[in-house]
Ligand binder design. Structure first.
Ligand code: TA6
Length: 276
């Protein structure tokens, strides 16, 4: 499956056409993104790690047979612009979606994904278009998320700052509407939390750096996920001990579906910056 390399000064990034999945972002040669050593890169399944794109819905959608997290991360994207060394624009239309998935979501759409690499920072922006002719019946809705797997040297000395006071749902035990009380959110067990209406930026602190997660447009919610021991063992494309070197900090809009009328568009983007 083809991939594209971006360069900006001493920073590099790599993006696969499969799922438009960014699989690497290095700053001063230091990898910032987690990619499982068991990730499948031949296009036969979504890539385990990097920044998979979640569209047209986060999780499973009631009444839909589309797989969890939709089809964007399992589709073949095409290059729109790769003329600059530090910017890549990829596009997905129904033609790039596997037939068995396209049938499950037969709407007219276009996605544009722009990856821009700077010095110590990277911006990933998703533009969503309803390309149908003007017909009220062709309105559709979606939730969307950038499923960012951050690489961390050691999970036990990693924490997220900026979530204190934010309401969250913990998917593991079904707790809803609980308020985060901690200044420093640490991880010492499986965590699968949806924080709602987060005021970005957030910072992720590790032994060696501070990574700032900010948004430049849209996106309201943040998912924090680590599979921990049992879920790590249950994933064929994830090594048993890899939970120790990753933390997902995923910004998106996942609590309410975004309505998109024919001819309209929506845009959401994140900027990750590394202070090493
Ligand atoms: O973003 C967290 C999450 O929704 C978890 O519930 C877990 O399922 C994770 O995504 C990975 O999902 P995947 O479909 O990629 O195995």
């Amino acid at each position: 499956m083809p991939s594209f390399t971006l360069t900006h000064g001493s920073s590099t990034a790599e993006v696969y056409a499969h799922g438009a999945t960014l699989t690497s972002w290095k700053v001063n040669g230091i990898e910032q993104i987690f990619l499982s050593k068991k990730a499948v890169l031949d296009g036969s399944k979504a890539i385990r790690g990097g920044i998979p794109l979640v569209f047209p819905h986060f999780g499973k959608r009631e009444g839909s047979d589309l797989p969890q997290h939709g089809f964007a991360r399992s589709s073949t994207w095409s290059v729109v612009d790769s003329s600059k060394p530090d910017v890549l624009v990829l596009q997905l239309t129904p033609e790039g979606v596997p037939e068995q998935l396209r049938k499950l979501w037969p709407h007219e759409f276009k996605l544009l994904y722009t990856v821009s690499l700077g010095s110590h920072l990277i911006t990933t922006k998703l533009d969503v278009y309803n390309t149908a002719e003007d017909d009220a019946a062709k309105e559709w809705d979606f939730t969307v998320l950038l499923h960012t797997y951050l690489r961390v040297p050691k999970i036990e000395t990693t924490h997220v700052a900026g979530l204190k006071g934010v309401k969250f749902t913990e998917k593991i035990n079904g707790i809803t509407d609980k308020e985060e009380e901690r200044e420093q959110v640490t991880v010492a067990q499986e965590v699968d939390r949806i924080y709602s209406n987060v005021k970005l930026p957030l910072t992720v602190h590790t032994d060696s750096e501070i990574l700032t997660v900010s948004k430049t447009t849209s996106f309201n919610d943040v998912v924090v996920w680590n599979p921990w021991v049992e879920k790590a063992k249950a994933m064929a494309d994830f090594d048993d001990d890899e939970y120790k070197s990753m933390l997902c900090v995923e910004i998106g809009t996942v609590n309410e579906f975004i309505q998109l009328k024919p001819g309209k568009s929506w845009s959401g983007s994140q900027t990750l910056s590394a202070k090493i």
